[in-house]
Design a protein around this ligand. Structure first.
Ligand SMILES: Nc1ncnc2c1ncn2[C@@H]1O[C@H](COP(=O)(O)OP(=O)(O)O)[C@@H](O)[C@H]1O
Ligand SMILES: [Mg+2]
Length: 154
């Protein structure tokens, strides 16, 4: 999506944790979630001219069993009242002319099908933060461990 970011004059800041464990999931579906969140961020910043348009993508491991991915922008922002936060994730809710309003609904379904959560919050002073979690699969960790051991064998 670098071309898309470049075209919209959005600066990308990556804040990725090192050595995260693997998660078990559908690669294409998870890419779709990130794509939706990044496109929404770009669209939210499209009209911003009085401050930097900055997209931050971060990954972290807040506890032993989860990893999180955060997509943060400096766009128009969101109304943080509880009813509004729920509406964002409702199918066909859109504030864009020509918007479908399906992206966040589908993204939340995908993440929940992976045993995680997807949430939204205001990014102060400007913009929005979307974050999702994924459970670390201890079974996968074991498989990787086995693979590493066998890699090392002569
Ligand atoms: N990063 C964001 N900043 C501000 N508002 C957002 C952001 N992402 C989503 N929204 C709001 O949530 C609505 C629903 O998003 P989405 O489900 O992706 O549908 P669409 O992008 O087609 O409108 C958007 O129309 C917009 O009002
Ligand atoms: Mg969208």
């Amino acid at each position: 999506m670098r071309a898309e970011l470049h075209g919209h004059e959005v600066a990308l800041v990556l804040d990725l944790a090192a050595n995260l464990p693997l998660v078990l999931g559908d690669r294409v579906q998870l890419q779709q979630v990130v794509l939706n969140l990044v496109m929404n961020a770009i669209e939210a910043m499209a009209g911003v001219t009085d401050r930097p348009r900055e997209l931050r993508i971060g990954s972290a491991r807040p506890d032993r069993d989860h990893v999180t991915v955060t997509v943060q922008d400096t766009g128009v922002g969101i109304d943080e009242s509880e009813s509004m936060l729920d509406r964002l994730f409702t199918a066909f809710f859109t504030t864009k002319p020509g918007g479908m309003g399906m992206g966040l609904s589908i993204s939340r379904s995908i993440i929940e099908a992976h045993g995680g959560w997807l949430s939204a919050a205001a990014n102060l002073p400007h913009g929005a933060i979307f974050q999702f979690s994924l459970a670390i699969d201890s079974g996968v960790a074991d498989v990787v461990q086995v693979a590493r051991v066998s890699d090392a064998a002569p």
